[in-house]
Design a protein around this ligand. Structure first.
Ligand SMILES: Nc1ncnc2c1ncn2[C@@H]1O[C@H](COP(=O)(O)OP(=O)(O)OP(=O)(O)O)[C@@H](O)[C@H]1O
Ligand SMILES: [Mg+2]
Length: 256
């Protein structure tokens, strides 16, 4: 099978902080890759170095698009990059305010993505928006409300709806279920799991929550101080961690 994304020796520094140090991994179609590690280990920087326009110090990011073209992401023109982020890629930001347009309604936030991929029929757009609001458990009566009137958890769910509506091939998720009630989180995880399976989505999923990666991720990267200290199949890494840091991480989240 051909990989969708190839990251090779990616390094990103801030002054003398190595936020990402020599990161190499591959992502295959239909695969969910979890990234775990303590706060400040470089998870968000890695996501942004791959998917956003963050300048990197060195390394390569290769993406194979829908037309099977091999794109060198750090070298393509800005316009082509922007197009990818509006069509084939989706982002769920750690802070929902970065992933939403706060000055347009909830419905318009979803509609905007549909317009970006070329859907034009107004009735269909409204219907799709309502469908996805329901999927993320936001009352469709709130469709014409602005996101700043939503709670943090609702904003995060709206962000998910906005991303999922166009069924992107590759989704970057930074703590998608942070700040959600356990019951809502469980239902959203179920939804994500079935979407990944049915639509063959690929996901890079950053989270503090080992329960979330256990449920969703096929493979795991464990990061510490900007480096990958361990990687492998999720069950293997969590059930039989090899690196001392992973052992600590796993035992810290076990209920005594
Ligand atoms: N814009 C920035 N300017 C300077 N340093 C930064 C910047 N963004 C991140 N860093 C530093 O890079 C390192 C990695 O940060 P990053 O935000 O990627 O961590 P993280 O793993 O996402 O943490 P968290 O779990 O808290 O979100 C940290 O030392 C951080 O202080
Ligand atoms: Mg982060």
């Amino acid at each position: 099978m051909k990989s969708l994304l190839n990251v090779t020796k990616l390094t990103k520094t801030y002054g003398n902080i190595k936020a990402c140090n020599n990161i190499t991994f591959e992502l295959y179609p239909g695969q969910v890759l979890g990234i775990v590690g303590e706060s400040g280990s470089g998870k968000s920087t890695l996501l942004n170095s791959i998917g956003n326009n963050l300048l990197i110090d060195s390394g390569e990011v290769i993406y194979v698009n829908q037309k099977n073209q091999v794109l060198n992401i750090k070298q393509i023109p800005e316009s082509q990059h922007r197009k990818l982020t509006k069509t084939e890629w989706g982002f769920v930001r750690q802070n929902p305010r970065d992933g939403l347009r706060m000055n347009v309604t909830a419905g318009a936030n979803i509609a905007e993505r549909l317009l970006d991929v070329g859907v034009r029929h107004y009735g269909n757009i409204r219907q799709e928006a309502a469908y996805w609001l329901e999927q993320v458990e936001i009352d469709t009566n709130r469709m014409d409300d602005f996101p700043h009137t939503f709670s943090g958890g609702m904003q995060q769910r709206l962000q998910l709806a906005r991303v999922l509506v166009t069924k992107p091939r590759l989704i970057f998720m930074d703590e998608p279920t942070g700040g959600l009630d356990v019951s809502v989180q469980a239902r959203l995880l179920d939804l994500l799991r079935s979407l990944v399976r049915n639509l063959n989505l690929s996901v890079i999923l950053v989270t503090h929550d080992l329960g979330v990666v256990r449920l969703l991720a096929h493979r795991l990267l464990v990061m510490k101080n900007g480096s990958i200290v361990e990687s492998g199949l999720t069950d293997r890494v969590l059930d039989d961690p090899q690196h001392f840091y992973t052992q600590q991480l796993v035992s810290a989240t076990l209920v005594p």
